[in-house]
Design a protein around this ligand. Structure first.
Ligand SMILES: Cc1cc2nc3c(=O)[nH]c(=O)nc-3n(C[C@H](O)[C@H](O)[C@H](O)COP(=O)(O)OP(=O)(O)OC[C@H]3O[C@@H](n4cnc5c(N)ncnc54)[C@H](O)[C@@H]3O)c2cc1C
Length: 370
């Protein structure tokens, strides 16, 4: 099994070197989604690892190691594969046998791109404010409302939509697997983002969208149980993206500091630069170990998985922000220009402190468990 894991990671390294690095900057510049690459990586079996009866002993750990390797090359690609996986997690872990048989094969292989719609214009961190409604209509439901910042909007064929079916609060929300091309679904123009521009994010408006009752994921009014599974996997995947990004920045900044000379020395020999890089290496490794601890907890069904995943998410994403910012500092003026990738990485890192539950929300969740 170790051989199989090694083979998967080596395949990803090969794709990153040959197919990802040459194209990623241009995709980010032109904001074009790399659907073929996403499908190619999904077909290696990444979403299947955490949405299947995988016979790998530690599938979550392998998944995160693979996402980290992808993120070293291109964080938007890693995030897209992560998002695709998240969209399959709800149906895989909570869906009926019929729902799983019908949709999971396409979701796992990326044949149908998919997304998760939780956030709304007025419901961000506080999901009890969700207003999108699903009302009984004939044999099914009718969906109305607006979802905000939907990742994969415009390229997705399926959306997990969390809508109100019961009373107020978190208790009356249900998750539905909705066709993104159904009549009444309107994707608005993509947001102009600071980074990760190749991965589209947009509002999606639902107006009288008919959804059959058998598209409920999990149980009526129990959508937050589905969401909790998605949140745990979400924190782990984002931590892996952040660690890969930080590692890329450290490798790049170290190579530059070894090349660049000022005052008759390579700048890495100045303690102000060398210690910056040393600290980055320590923090990245610490983030990785926190992530692997959380993955082990997930893979062994441990009770502390939510806590460990939140700790890993906060530490890894704060580390990515710090390391990418320091990488710009090490490269000086060059680092501030688009001739080097570090300015893009710094913009990309900011996202991870915000999505999958902001780092303040994670800290609040951690504090409540102390
Ligand atoms: C590029 C991108 C992609 C996204 N993709 C998706 C997606 O695919 N699906 C989806 O559903 N959503 C998605 N989101 C939305 C994301 O999940 C939300 O942005 C996030 O949950 C925070 O919500 P908010 O932005 O409305 O911030 P708010 O909740 O309005 O928070 C604003 C600020 O207040 C802080 N804050 C709020 N409450 C507290 C508190 N109790 N204690 C301390 N601080 C607090 C927050 O940490 C934040 O700093 C995406 C967002 C972005 C930017």
């Amino acid at each position: 099994m170790a051989d199989e894991s090694d083979r998967l990671l080596a395949e990803i390294d090969g794709i990153v070197a040959e197919e990802v690095r040459p194209v990623c900057a241009e995709h980010e510049r032109t904001a074009t989604y790399p659907v073929d690459l996403v499908r190619k990586v999904c077909a290696l079996g990444l979403p299947a690892l955490v949405t299947d009866e995988s016979d790998t002993p530690y599938p979550t750990e392998l998944f995160c190691a693979a996402v980290e390797r992808l993120a070293v090359g291109w964080v938007a690609l890693a995030e897209s594969v992560h998002l695709q996986t998240l969209a399959a997690v709800g149906p895989a872990r909570h869906g009926s046998a019929e729902l799983r048989d019908r949709f999971l094969p396409d979701l796992r292989l990326g044949r149908v791109i998919a997304g998760n719609c939780l956030s709304e214009p007025d419901a961000g961190s506080d999901l009890s404010l969700i207003r999108t409604s699903a009302t009984r209509h004939g044999d099914g439901y009718r969906l109305d409302g607006v979802k905000a910042y939907v990742g994969h909007a415009g390229v997705a064929g399926l959306l997990n939509v969390y809508a109100r079916t019961g009373g107020g609060g978190l208790g009356g929300i249900t998750c539905f697997l909705v066709d993104a091309h159904a009549p009444g679904v309107e994707v608005q123009p993509p947001e102009e983002k600071m980074g990760v521009r190749s991965l589209p994010t947009a509002r999606v408006v639902f107006s009288d969208v008919e959804v059959p009752a058998d598209r409920i994921v999990g149980r009526l009014n129990r959508g937050m149980i589905v969401a909790r599974s998605v949140f745990v996997q979400g924190r782990l995947g984002i931590a892996a993206c952040a660690i890969g990004l930080a590692q890329a920045a450290l490798t790049h900044a170290t190579a530059y500091a070894r090349r660049r000379s000022q005052f008759g020395s390579h700048i890495i020999d100045f303690q102000g630069v060398g210690f910056l890089l040393a600290d980055a290496s320590i923090e990245i490794e610490a983030a990785r170990q926190l992530l692997y601890r959380a993955c082990r907890e997930a893979d062994t069904g441990g009770a502390r998985v939510e806590l460990f995943a939140a700790q890993a998410k906060v530490f890894a994403t704060d580390t990515a922000m710090k390391v990418t910012t320091d990488a710009v500092q090490v490269l000086g003026a060059r680092g501030y220009t688009a001739v080097e990738p570090v300015e893009r990485w710094m913009r990309e890192a900011k996202l991870f402190q915000i999505i999958e539950g902001t780092n303040q929300i994670q800290r609040a969740a951690i504090a409540s468990r102390l």
